[in-house]
Design a protein around this ligand. Structure first.
Ligand SMILES: [Zn+2]
Length: 118
């Protein structure tokens, strides 16, 4: 399953970051997921829930930012919202459009609990 491997790499990435900061636990994980990223959101969140078990992310709060798709027409420069990767420009009908937003799929930030605190 595509989403499961994405979930696992998100967990790996977050743990790598946490280790860099000598953290023992991750309190919050912030994700940016574009509507054009090609993932099934519910499946991904479900996969994440199972992937965090036994990791530093086990008790982390997951904050998700959904990013709507947006494209710019290469012919008339119009910027418009898109729901699929291959949408024509609504203004001039051109297919020469460039996706400017919505393909994001990344860990935006993590909040870690430091070992030295408490
Ligand atoms: Zn156009």
């Amino acid at each position: 399953m595509h989403e499961l491997s994405i979930a696992q790499s998100i967990v790996q990435l977050a743990e790598q970051q946490a280790r860099k900061h000598q953290a023992s636990e991750i309190e919050e994980l912030e994700l940016e997921i574009g509507s054009l990223a090609g993932v099934e959101l519910q499946t991904l969140m479900f996969a994440l829930e199972s992937s965090v078990k036994g990791t530093m992310l086990e008790r982390a709060r997951i904050v998700r930012h959904d990013i709507a798709g947006e494209a710019r027409c290469g012919d008339c420069e119009a910027v418009f919202p898109v729901e699929t990767l291959f949408s024509p420009c609504p203004q001039c009908g051109s297919y020469y459009v460039k996706i400017v937003r919505g393909k994001e799929l990344k860990v935006k930030s993590i909040v870690v609990k430091s070992k030295n605190k408490e």
